[in-house]
Design a binder for this molecule. Sequence first.
Ligand SMILES: [Zn+2]
Length: 695
Amino acid sequence: MFSFLLHFFLGWIAGTALQLQQATLWLAWVNLAGVFSSAVLLVTFIRCWHRLTLPVFLQCALVLVISAATAFFCCAFRAQVFLEKQIAPRLEGQVLQVVGRVTAMPQRMQENIRFRFAVQSAQLASGELVELPPQVMLGWYVNTVTNGPTPTDLQAGDMWKFSVKLKAPHGHINPHGFDYELWLWEQGLQATGYVRNGPKDNQPELIARSWQHPIERCRQWVRQRVYAQVGDQQGAGVVVALLLGDQAAIERADWDVFRATGVAHLMAISGLHITALAWLVARCVGWIWRRSDKWSKASWCLVLPAQQASWLAALLTAVAYSVFTGWAIPAQRTVWMLGAVLALRMSGWRWPAYQVLLFAATVVLIADPWAFLQAGFWLSFMAVSILFVGSQSFQFLPTLIREQFLMSVCMAPISLLFFHQVSLVGFFANLLAVPWVTCVVTPLSMLGLLIPLAWNLASWAITGLGICLSWVASLSWAQWSAPAAPLWMGLLSIAGMFVFAMPVAWWWRLSGALCIWPVLNWQTPRPSAGEFELIGADMGQGHAVLVRTSNKSLLYDTGPRYSPETDAGQRVLVPLLVALGERLDRVVISHQDSDHSGGANSVLKMQPQADVLTSIPSNHLLRTTHPMQTCTAGQQWQWDGVYFSVLHPQQADYVKKLKPNALSCVLRIESASGKSALLVGDIEATQENQLVQAG
Ligand SMILES: [Zn+2]
């Protein structure tokens, strides 16, 4: 029995992994046939494996292959069914009249909102009825010109009629960047778009309010109450995030501090939160259950043993809490994991820990195969494994400190592998923040549901913590970053950390710790002397190009600003620069248009040593944030045998008050071997002709 299940789990995980590596799906009927035949094989095997006289290793191999094939085809088939409903290309960018329901609490971004919308019917301007994906993500931006309904009127459960423009999910394809498309896919969203509310559009129209989606409605009501009760928006945002799992409520500056100090995991409803709460409830229920004979006629234990009652209570708590916090993917994952482990315990089977983990991983992948591609999936399984492996070591440390130590030190290489960054102050910050948030702020936030005044206390408590953390984050050595190393180095360092966490002799531990050395010292290969390399980042609109020579780096333009909270600098360039381990020497911001200068602040904040060359006028707001030089034709420099020269604009062009596009700094780069590149910003035909004439 044992080895059958073990190989089934391994096979399932491998089959899912293999399918997710496929660039394209196989034909629909092939996948369907695959699902059918592998399922038949699996059932046949389960029914007759007792009678098989094959050697054990062959049996194991057989289970492994059949299980892998089943997972492989099931995953493909699910993807295919999902893709059946994708948005037809001809409908992208068209104005559509849609009627449908708001299915979740809208996310607020200042006055604007973003929300999930279940489409019930859609038609083109011509009146033709069209088919849309069942769930889409819509943005609604305030328009002060028209006086239709405003985004704040929108509530979960409402039925609305909108005029919208949609497009298929599209994320930026940058190495080491956030995979927005994958995120949308996992959420079941097959189109994104925005509500049109210009003067010429049909204004949004509320058709009916309803009590459908009552939980989401209730969450939204609680959020309004918190904001009304707590005057301070910043503090209220954190309370809302802790209580409702609405991470968009936390302001970006706060996120920066939380990330730098390694406590960001506390602010999201993580597996840790859910498990901790479930554990607490289990302890209380168990305690009450065992003493039930004191206040009831018969002990409840006769009906259900205390231990089972507490496990059941734990699972129910986890489900309830996850649902109330928005049933996000990481929370679902935790519920599946917890459910798998508790079911196992209730059944009375004693499995070794690694098999329990593999079982939990299989359950998670059956529920959501795409979790395999998420850092969160790996982080949670690694964290649990490390805690398990390390539970017998470092016995001289008190439990809380030991667990913190294991989490901060042993998870560091894993964090480096996924995020290329690790918080050096995280250990101390967590020692302070974990008990404070878990034992003071979160309970106060929950108490606020009964006594709203508690939300004010929670907000003060978080503000106090914020002051301490900001100070810690401002230390220059708070964060350590290392460029993305090759996979084998990452795997080696993870293996090393497991050895380090195990209760083994010190020389084993030392050698385990030494396995991180290659990762810490890795440097991304650079061009040889006299050569240069261009890296163009994908950022939708506008552009940014990284120029690297053997020792120096230049960034040409910084991409667009997406919204008041996000820009390409923060979303794309900073992660890319961290992953490459770049230290910029110079930034050229070709001109002031926001699709070229939008990310400048984020980039310069992270790379304060870089000098800046730009055509932005000296009275522009951006010039107050960082010292900048004006670019003029004739400026030139040489780095590692590569020649850089500014060809445009002329000194006289600045006096002529040309359009920003026409003033773009034009940079020519030439390698020692004569290869050259021209970066031109947004110059137009007139300037291009001037350049051609100048030769
Ligand atoms: Zn422009």
